[in-house]
Design a protein around this ligand. Sequence first.
Ligand SMILES: [Cu+2]
Length: 246
Amino acid sequence: MKKIRIFLLSGFVFFGFAAIGWADEPITNWLTSPEGPLARAVRSNFYFSMAAFLPFLILSEVLLVYAIFRFKAKPGGQAATFHENLRLEVLWTVIPALTLAVTAIPTFKTMRAMEVPPKSDLVVAVIGHQFFWEYRYPKYGVQFAEEAMVVPAGKVVTLNLSSVDVVHSWWVPAFGVKQDANPGRITHAWFQADNPGRYKGQCAELCGKLHAKMYIDVNVVTPEEFEQWLMKKKGAAPPAQAAGSQ
Ligand SMILES: [Cu+2]
């Protein structure tokens, strides 16, 4: 009976992890390939906090396992009845408090970096719809939807996010960006992707039936390619006008 249970459990664990390995990867991995200064700051913040908090997890788990085997009830055994250990209680209050205070410093620094972008090179309005994204480049009079956002590499892109219906969230992990897009309110985010490539993300706020299909694609191209793309986009008649001229 016990063997069967262990067998089943290891089966679950194996297939659980295998699913992660086999899944086709729709979203760019922020941990192995963070893109740009903000994403790297988020990652180092994660590593730092992880290093600070992991000892607490390990210590408590080790103590738990130790206590299970060391202090399990024996026939005729007598339970211990000690109470209070001032030194221990002070220690396990002060050490975690200090750890929290120490990790708060880089965390607030990273959050501030998220809130306050460097000088913007390109402003893009991001508008959430059920269930797709619309992008507007106000400086260039370009707007489109259900297509990849195109931005130049190495430039600071600032985003003004909003929504026409419900709350959505623009999330591209590789850029270290996850920001809500709310109806009737503009929120802000920024990123700077250093390398050309295609970066993927997804709406991260449950917004309705097709939320799971609300993908995000960002094409990071060279500044020259970006200029060419802009020319092409400006040359093409916007869909609204094309429909009106018929
Ligand atoms: Cu959604």
